[in-house]
Design a protein around this ligand. Structure first.
Ligand code: ATP
Length: 349
């Protein structure tokens, strides 16, 4: 029932397919390379005086994608989102939502989006039902539409039981979910959320991430900002890293990892301490071998080496040497290492 409510006309448009009412938009001005993009930013710069809060920011978000926008405090994430949702209009560059230019075609663009601001604020004396009704009407929904949608969206959020409770009686996590319910009332194609998981406990974070995945499965394009890297990794198809107003990298987790110029390294965990590991240095395309701690051996590979071949050779060597091992694996950079590489070095400079 809830599933049916989400994108009735559009329920199959998961990743790569075209939500119909984005592309039938009348009067849209879309660049050829932006087709199938729900959000397009081209060389967007926002200055406060001489300070560039955003400096030539460009990226696309495809329809049906979950895009995690990460960066440290003050990087410019909120500024970007405020431009998209029409709270900042004096910027340079080009912004499109569903093919509509912002701010020129703001009215059409904003009908496509729902926004959950960083600090969602409600009048605490209202009930959840009252608050959602008011927001629904402000979004242009009729009374009948509001009546139909409130129970469905509350069901999606697992909030049905608090419908008639006052906002003041809700926990922080529940209030955040009511904020999300408000952003989704008019069934937007694009959901924009500013630090939606900030300040939430583990259970609320988990629940919100589940909701985000469910929405994306039903075709909603999602853009959310965060500085909590593991949250981004959990749900985002693609990630944009922002630092000091500049885009450092946009890509999937795998693309971000492979862009790191980290030397390829194989980790071998021995079952018992033995000196025989030193023989690995004679294997083709191994540049160095070391044992940073007893039983943990790191085998560094030469550049442009076929890593699978070297792993096979190491395994063959292990068998020949009669060593027992617990594990052998390529070392992959962690999200923290990726973040450090793209952001923190510059932040510390
Ligand atoms: P956070 O994670 O702390 O919310 P953010 O990445 O969202 O940070 P923004 O709020 O977009 O960052 O701010 C980017 C930069 O622009 C910061 O240096 C901030 O101080 C500055 N800034 C934001 N709004 C204004 C304003 N109205 N006037 C002057 N500077 C501003």
């Amino acid at each position: 029932m809830v599933e049916g409510f989400l994108h009735k006309t559009n329920s199959k448009n998961i990743k790569g397919k075209t939500p119909n009412n984005l592309n039938i938009a009348v009067g849209k001005e879309m660049a050829q390379d932006s087709l199938n993009s729900c959000v397009v930013l081209r060389e967007v710069t926002k200055k406060y005086g001489t300070f560039r809060a955003l400096d030539n920011v460009s990226f696309d978000i495809k329809e049906g994608e979950i895009f995690g926008y990460i960066g440290p405090n003050g990087a410019g994430k909120t500024t970007t989102l405020k431009i998209l949702v029409g709270l900042i209009n004096d910027f340079q560059g080009e912004v499109q939502i569903g093919g509509y230019k912002v701010p020129k075609q703001k009215f059409e663009a904003h009908q496509l989006l729902g926004y959950l601001p960083q600090n969602v604020a409600f009048q605490e004396w209202r009930t959840v039902n009252h608050a959602l009704k008011t927001f629904g009407k402000l979004s242009g929904l009729t009374d009948a539409q509001v009546e139909e949608r409130i129970p469905k969206i509350l069901e999606l959020m697992s909030l049905s039981e608090v419908r008639h409770k006052k906002i003041s009686q809700l926990s922080g996590g529940m209030t955040q979910k009511v904020g999300l319910a408000q952003a989704l009332l008019h069934d937007p194609k694009l959901l924009v959320m500013d630090e939606p998981l900030g300040g939430l406990g583990p259970l609320s974070r988990y629940q919100l991430k589940e909701i985000v995945l469910k929405l994306a499965k039903n075709g909603t394009t999602i853009l959310f900002s965060s500085h909590i890297l593991s949250d981004v990794q959990d749900v985002a198809n693609r990630i944009g890293i922002l630092s000091r107003g500049k885009i450092k990298m946009v890509g999937s987790m795998n693309e971000l990892k492979s862009q790191l110029s980290k030397q390829k390294t194989v980790e071998v965990l021995l079952s018992y301490v033995s000196d025989k590991w030193q023989k690995f240095s004679s294997i083709a395309n191994v540049s160095k071998v070391e044992q940073p701690s007893p039983g943990r051996v790191l085998v560094y590979l030469s550049e442009d080496t076929d890593e699978e071949q070297v792993i096979n050779d190491i395994v063959a060597n292990i068998v020949k040497l009669g060593i027992r091992i617990r594990r052998i694996a390529m070392l992959s950079p962690s999200l923290d290492e990726i973040y450090l590489n793209y952001v923190q070095k510059e932040e510390k400079a």
